[in-house]
Design a protein around this ligand. Structure first.
Ligand code: HEM
Length: 370
C-alpha cells in the first residue's frame, strides 16, 4: 500500500514536471513568434470597441463579491478572427471582454471564441494543433484532424464564414474556470456572450459543406467582400444603427465530488448540458465606439486578469483539461513580447483590403481530407 502511494506520488511529480517543461517550451515559441513576427500568436485581425457593462439587477446566480447586482464598469471588447488576415476566410471568430477601459489593467478579462467546442482541449492536443499551425495549416492540418476526430467536429462547429456583424454571433469561453460565491462554495464556470436581440440564428454559421470541411478556409473564389469588410461593417453599424448590445451569461456547476476523478465534462471539448446547467445573465454590455487600429494593437486581453473569487483551476498533467490554463497564463510573455516588438521594430501597418497584397496567404488545395 505504502509502495503504491509512493509510486503514485512519483508519477504525479513526473507529470507536473512534464507540464512545466511543455508550458516553458510553448511559451518560448509563442513569445518568439510575437516578438519577431510583431503580431498576436492568434487573433491578429480584429477591431476594438469601447462601452459600458452593467451587472444585472436581479442575479440568478449565487451572490458574488465581484458580480454585484447593478455594478457598472467601463469596458473594452475586441472582436477578432482567430487566424488569417482576411475577414472573408472561414475562421473561428472571437469576443474578448475587459472590465475596464484600459489597454492592459483590468479586474477581469474574459476571452471567448465562436462555437462551443474547441480544436484542442489540453496541453497535449494544443501542441499538436500549434505544430500544424506553424506549418501553415492547409494540408498539414488534415493529419491532425484525422488523428483527433473531436477537433474536426470542434472546428466545424466553431468556424464562421462571411458574418454580417460580430453582433450576430455567440461566443463561448469553452475552458472551465472557478467561481467562489459569498457562500464560499467553489463552483466551476463557463461564460458566453450572446447578442441582443438574438433569434437563435448566428450569422456566418457554416453550411453542411463548411462544417465538414473546416480546413478549406479560403474565401470563395468569386468573393466580393474585401479583407477588412467585417471591421468596416462594424464601424458602419455603430454609425447607422447605434450601440451594439450583448448579454454576458454564466453556466455554473459543482466540481466532481471525488478530487481524484477527472470527469470528461471538465474538458472544453464537452459542452455542459444546458437543461441541467442553464446559462443565466451576468451583465448587459453596450458598445458605442470603435477605437483606432493603434489602440487595438496596444490593448491586450489576459486571463490572468481576474479577482481571487473567480480563480483559474490548476492542472496535474498535460492531459488534464486545466493544462490549457497553464499555457494561457504563461502566454502573458507573448503579449509582452508583442508590445516590445513594436518599440524595437515599430508597429506593423494595418493590412490592405486587397488579396493581391504580399501579406495575403492563400491555402493551397488540400488533397487528403479526413
Ligand atoms: C480554448 C482555449 C482558448 C481560447 C478560448 C482562447 C481565446 C483567445 C482569444 C479570444 C484571443 C484574442 C484576444 C485579443 O483579441 O486580443 C486570444 C489570443 C491569444 N491567445 Fe488564446 N485562447 C485559447 C487558448 C490559448 C492557448 C492554449 C494559448 C497558449 C499559448 C493561447 C495564447 C494566446 C496568445 C499568445 C494570444 C495573443 C495575445 C496578444 O498578443 O495580445 N491561447 N486567445
Amino acid at each position: 500500500m505504502i509502495q503504491h502511494k509512493l509510486l503514485m506520488a512519483i508519477i504525479g511529480i513526473y507529470r507536473r514536471i512534464v507540464l512545466a517543461i511543455v508550458t516553458f517550451v510553448v511559451t518560448v515559441l509563442v513569445a518568439s513568434k510575437s516578438l519577431f513576427g510583431r503580431e498576436r500568436m492568434s487573433h491578429e485581425n480584429g477591431i476594438l470597441l469601447r462601452g459600458k457593462l452593467k451587472i444585472v439587477e436581479n442575479p440568478q446566480f449565487p451572490e458574488h463579491n465581484f458580480f454585484r447586482a447593478g455594478m457598472e464598469f467601463d469596458c473594452r471588447v475586441r472582436h477578432a478572427a482567430a487566424s488569417f488576415k482576411d475577414d472573408a476566410k472561414l475562421v473561428v471568430r472571437s469576443a474578448s471582454i475587459k472590465f475596464s477601459d484600459n489597454r492592459r489593467k483590468s479586474p477581469l478579462d474574459i476571452l471567448m471564441n465562436s462555437g462551443d467546442m474547441p480544436l484542442f482541449w489540453n496541453a497535449r492536443t494544443f501542441v499538436g494543433f500549434m505544430w500544424v499551425s506553424i506549418l501553415g495549416k492547409g494540408k498539414h492540418y488534415t493529419p491532425y484532424l484525422r488523428k483527433h476526430g473531436q477537433a474536426a467536429v470542434g472546428g466545424g462547429i466553431s468556424v464562421r464564414r462571411d458574418p454580417v456583424s460580430p453582433n450576430k454571433m455567440v461566443y463561448n469561453t469553452k475552458t472551465v474556470s472557478g467561481f467562489i460565491g459569498l457562500d464560499e462554495v467553489y463552483r466551476y464556470a463557463r461564460y458566453r456572450l450572446v447578442p441582443v436581440p438574438f433569434d437563435g440564428q448566428e450569422s456566418g454559421a457554416p453550411d453542411e459543406w463548411d462544417k465538414t470541411h473546416a480546413w478549406l478556409q479560403n474565401p470563395y473564389p468569386d468573393e466580393p467582400r474585401h479583407r477588412n469588410y467585417l471591421k468596416d461593417a462594424t464601424r458602419e453599424q455603430l454609425k447607422s444603427d447605434g450601440p451594439l448590445h450583448y448579454n454576458l451569461q454564466i453556466q455554473l456547476r459543482l466540481p466532481p465530488p471525488d478530487d481524484t476523478i477527472q470527469p470528461e465534462w471538465l474538458s472544453s471539448a464537452v459542452p455542459w448540458d444546458q437543461s441541467a446547467f442553464p446559462f443565466v445573465d451576468v451583465a448587459r454590455v453596450e458598445l458605442n465606439e470603435a477605437l483606432s487600429y493603434k489602440e487595438s494593437q496596444l490593448t491586450w486581453f489576459h486571463m490572468g486578469n481576474h479577482p481571487p473569487s473567480l480563480p483559474m483551476p490548476r492542472a496535474r498533467s498535460i492531459d488534464d483539461p486545466h493544462s490549457l490554463i497553464h499555457l494561457r497564463l504563461a502566454s502573458i510573455w507573448a503579449r509582452r513580447a508583442r508590445l516590445v516588438s513594436y518599440r524595437i521594430f515599430s508597429m506593423p501597418a494595418a493590412f490592405s483590403d486587397s488579396r493581391k497584397a504580399k501579406d495575403w496567404i492563400a491555402i493551397p488545395p488540400v488533397k487528403d481530407p479526413p
